[in-house]
Structures are given as structure tokens and as C-alpha cells.
Design a protein. Structure first.
Lengths: 218, 218
């Protein structure tokens, strides 16, 4: 397979970005008890071509049948599994400011198996307070916590100045996945995966679209 | 130009996603008083190929000189202008919960010319309180505000149940750009641009990367 977007084994970023769309749309169809769906129908609902959908799915195996399409429940389960949603994840959150509070109280994640197990902050005024069922712990308890509890994902909602330090600390404690909300490009070693919510980039895309709205349709 | 990613005039989404990276890296070089940069140097710093950078920029005109590269200040100004950062924007924010508070207090936007001018919420307990220099106004003042004040961008940080209603209301009031944080796919008419921060999609990309980390490198 070709190497694209700096991606070793050829799963293009566009495919990874579209999988959650497929997943959520199939979840909706399953809720409506729809039994089957064609790639054209999927495409129409999601603003993509049937060929693109077939091409995206081909990275992960062979799905559906010619002339029939896909069984909704089957494809939903397969995409869930591709996305890693066939298991539960233990999360910790570091940074209990406004953004941390917003993330901690966001129930959508918990419903999909992502559970925040502990919350840390360096503000002594927050210590011992409850947030979404967790006691806020001082940041100097983080290493001890990691030594004694399995953690799959660290959510970083600290100010930018301390984000890399916090990131290094959780990686030293064995965490292999970082979900970063701090406005800084974190450095992580090989074998650690990183996903970054970058608010400024999103706002710049919006101003780009405003300026070029005659040339863009999405 | 080819039609790609549902994009009428051929500016691929990948290009739009990379422009903010170029912009921020050039800003950093300009701060360090670096005078020129080649596409190879840009590429190395950003994990892209020189050819990709030249191809991305070619959508917007002719930049740099063969054998010289780019003047940092010139390219920075050109990309700022492409991104629409050669003007200021008036924002309003609807939804003053934790996420709204986090957005309102995020200074990075203001420094780039995006200023929150008014904040609305339907919680009577929040009415009249100050948030980042704005008085929180009741949501039923929104239409009146839009009739009397120029607004470029509406930031929606409401619960999902009311997000589409709020979106319809600001569009009826003449707003042409929506920055949506509510976990719902908003419908907007032709001529209105939309940018969506989708937390769940981001978390699903992270779990995908965890499962396929042997096949992914980014």
C-alpha cells in the first residue's frame, strides 16, 4: 500500500477521520432498526461517494455483498471493533479548570466505554472537591496513582506551560495514549499515540472558509 | 481542478488543515527573526515533504523563488491573508457553561483578532454575571442584539438539544459563520460556513490509533 500523510502502513488520515462518521451513522440506523444499507445510501447521507466508502472499508477487510449492500448490525459491530470500541478504557484527567470540568461532565464518552477514573490538579483550592464522581487529587499524587492503577488514556487539560511536563510524567508512568487539549504541540516517544484537539486551528479553518466561501463547499 | 472531498473548487480539506500549521510555524520563525526558509526545511519541521508544501501553496498562487526558498515575513503575511487573518472578527458566544467559560477565557483567539463581544445563556442564575469582560445576557435578548450589532461568528457551546434552534436563530439574525462545540451535526443553509469541534470523533480516532498503533505513525 502507498505511504501517505506520513503514515507507515497506508491508512490515510482521511479514512481515520471518516470512520467515526460511519460509526455514528450506523449506530443511528441500528437504533431505527434499519436492517441493510448500500454504499450509495451511506454516501448520500454522509456527503461522500459510494466508491469512497467502499475504498475506505477495503483497508480493513471485505465487507458487504455485491447487489445487497451491508447488514447494518454487522457493519456497525465491525466498525466498532476497528475503532477499538470492543473494550473499555480507563482515563485520567489532569487539569480541573473550566475545560477539564467540561470534559469530565461530558457523558457521551462514558456511554462508549471511556471512563474517567481519577482527576488531578495543582490548585490546592480544588483538592478534595468532587468532579463527576472523582475526588480532585493534587498533581504530586499522579506518579503514585499510575504505579497502582491501570490507565489507558491521559486527558491533558492543563495550561500550555505545564502540558509537556505532565505528558512526560504520565508516559513515564506507563500511559500509552494522550488526549491533549492544551494549545501546544506535545512531543511523545515512539509507541505512544497522541490525539490533539486544537481550538486555534479550528478557528483558523473557519476564517479561511469565510474568506473563500465561494470556492468551498462542505 | 478536480473535485475532491465534496469541495466544489478543488481546495482539498488536507490543504485547509495544513495551512494553520504553516501559519503557526512561520509565526514562530518570524519571532526568532529567521529571514528565509526552504520548502524542505518547512517540511522537515512539520513532518511533511517539500513537494507537498509546494503543492499546497500552489492552490493560492506563486510563492518563493527557485533556489532561494521563501522569505519568512512575506510568506507569513501571505498565509495570514489566505487564512482571513488580515481583518478582525466580532464573535458572540451562546452557552456559558463550563465549555463556554473555557472558550471565553482562552486568550489565544483575541490575540489573532477574534473578539467575543457578547455572551448569552438561558440560565437566570448566570444573567448579569461577568465572563471575560462581557455581561452574560438572557438568550431572549439574542435577536435584538443581532439586529443592532455586527456579528461575524457565533460560537455555540450549548447542550445538544438546543444547538440547532440557537443556530437557526443566529442565522436568521444574519450571522454567516458558526463555530459549533455542541455534539450534534448542525444543518446550515448555503452561504453559511460551519466549523465543528467534535470531541467524540477525536476520542474515537485516539482509540483507533491505540488499536492500530503498529500500522499508524503520525
Amino acid at each position: 500500500m502507498p505511504v501517505r500523510d506520513g503514515n507507515k502502513m497506508g491508512i490515510p488520515k482521511g479514512v481515520i477521520n471518516r470512520l467515526p462518521l460511519y460509526y455514528r451513522y450506523l449506530a443511528e440506523l441500528a437504533r431505527q432498526e434499519v436492517e441493510k444499507v448500500s454504499s450509495s445510501e451511506l454516501g448520500e447521507a454522509l456527503g461522500l461517494t459510494a466508491a469512497q466508502i467502499r475504498s475506505d472499508l477495503s483497508y480493513f477487510g471485505s465487507f458487504g455483498q455485491h447487489g445487497y449492500g451491508y447488514r447494518v448490525d454487522e457493519l456497525y459491530n465491525q466498525i466498532s471493533s476497528i475503532l477499538g470500541l470492543d473494550r473499555a478504557y480507563n482515563l485520567i484527567l489532569i487539569g480541573a479548570g473550566n475545560l477539564g470540568k467540561a470534559i469530565a461532565s461530558y457523558q457521551n464518552f462514558r456511554n462508549r466505554g471511556f471512563e474517567i477514573k481519577a482527576i488531578f490538579d495543582n490548585d490546592p483550592l480544588l483538592e478534595g472537591k468532587y468532579l463527576s464522581g472523582c475526588i480532585i487529587q493534587p498533581i504530586d499524587k499522579l506518579t503514585e496513582y499510575l504505579a497502582n492503577n491501570p490507565v489507558d488514556i491521559a486527558v491533558i487539560t492543563t495550561p500550555r506551560e505545564v502540558a509537556q511536563d505532565v505528558c512526560n510524567q504520565v508516559i513515564a508512568g506507563g500511559v500509552k495514549a494522550i488526549w491533549n487539549f492544551a494549545p501546544v504541540r506535545l512531543q511523545v516517544p515512539e509507541g505512544v499515540v497522541l490525539e490533539h484537539i486544537h481550538l486555534t486551528n479550528s478557528l483558523l479553518r473557519l476564517s479561511f472558509k469565510m474568506k473563500h466561501s465561494d470556492k468551498i463547499k462542505d
